[in-house]
Design a protein around this ligand. Structure first.
Ligand code: NDP
Length: 282
């Protein structure tokens, strides 16, 4: 149900200045004529308690949380949704009508929705995830819930991949070191880059990785940029997907949680795409 909201919503993280969220969230509020200002609330670790306190007063309807505070805010809010509990991280806070701060997680939805839009055949696919951090965790949950056949998590730090796999106790998950990723890529239909590599022209894997994937495999990079990883996948004749649709879908879901109204997805996608292009290195 639509809620009458006016006031402020903010992005909490450190840093936050680079974020595209204010651009496409503000475009959505303005398009629907909702008088909300989406702000940047840079918050150091030492300021988390003060930030929570400030959200309890005034016309503050909620927040998005980004690096490095998604786990810390899962501890700091009053209540968590089931999905936020499973992920162990909060990227959206909703200020309930009873005055409580509810922590939710829309990253899993944001991750899976672009795959659903492509009608990706989860139940006939084996996935390989590069990385074992917060984004990889969201990907694992999304893929398991969607019915993926198997997942291998390849990470630079093998113990971190093992710890992530152990949290799920699911026979579909296996792990390996990052340098074993090319051989483990053999015949897979989905390869996801959930490492921090890509923003500055690096790739977690070399060209041989893409040659091992199944013909027609989908190569997904959570980085919202045309990375060397995606360029190499294209050169190998594979399908590609960057992280911008994930970013917009997680934000659209947050918007719906705050407002109770359907998000103007096309407006948000257009604003995010234009802003991302304007910021891309030439
Ligand atoms: P984390 O810091 O939690 O995890 C980082 C991951 O990258 C770890 O697996 C880490 O490996 C790996 N890594 C870092 N440096 C290297 C390196 N030099 N060589 C190999 N592996 C490396 O980050 P997140 O999981 O939160 O984010 C990962 C990526 O996903 C980022 O690029 C982020 O921008 C993107 N993202 C995109 C979203 C979207 O909406 N499109 C949403 C969330 C994240 P190790 O464990 O060995 O350190």
């Amino acid at each position: 149900m639509a809620k009458q909201i006016t006031g402020r919503i903010g992005l909490i993280g450190d840093p936050v200045e680079h974020s595209l969220s204010p651009v496409f969230q503000q475009a959505a509020f303005d398009t629907l004529g909702i008088p909300v200002k989406y702000e940047l609330w840079r918050t150091s670790t030492g300021m988390i308690r003060a930030r929570i306190a400030s959200m309890r007063v005034g016309a503050i309807y909620g927040a998005n949380i980004t690096l490095p505070h998604k786990e810390a805010f899962a501890e700091a809010v009053d209540r968590l949704t089931e999905i936020a509990q499973r992920v162990g991280a909060v990227n959206t806070i909703i200020h309930d009508e009873d005055g409580k701060l509810l922590g939710d997680n829309t990253d899993v939805y944001g991750f899976i929705q672009p795959l659903r839009e492509r009608e990706f055949a989860f139940e006939e696919s084996d996935a390989l995830i590069l990385g074992a951090g917060g984004a990889a965790r969201a990907a694992v949950i999304g893929l398991l819930d969607a019915g993926i056949r198997t997942i291998t998590i390849a990470n630079r730090s093998l113990p971190r991949a093992e710890a992530l796999a152990n949290d799920f106790d699911d026979p579909r998950i296996s792990v390996c070191a990052l340098d074993e990723a090319p051989e483990r890529a053999e015949g897979r239909q989905l390869a996801i880059n959930a490492t921090a590599l890509g923003w500055h022209g690096e790739s977690p894997v070399g060209p041989e990785f893409f040659e091992r994937l199944a013909p027609g495999a989908l190569v997904y990079d959570l980085t919202y940029r045309r990375t060397p990883y995606l360029v190499a996948a294209e050169a190998a004749g594979l399908e590609t997907l960057d992280g911008l649709p994930m970013l917009v879908h997680q934000g659209a879901r947050s918007f719906e949680l705050w407002t109770g109204e359907p998000a103007p997805l096309d407006v948000m996608m257009k604003a995010a795409t234009e802003a991302a292009l304007a910021r891309a290195p030439s």
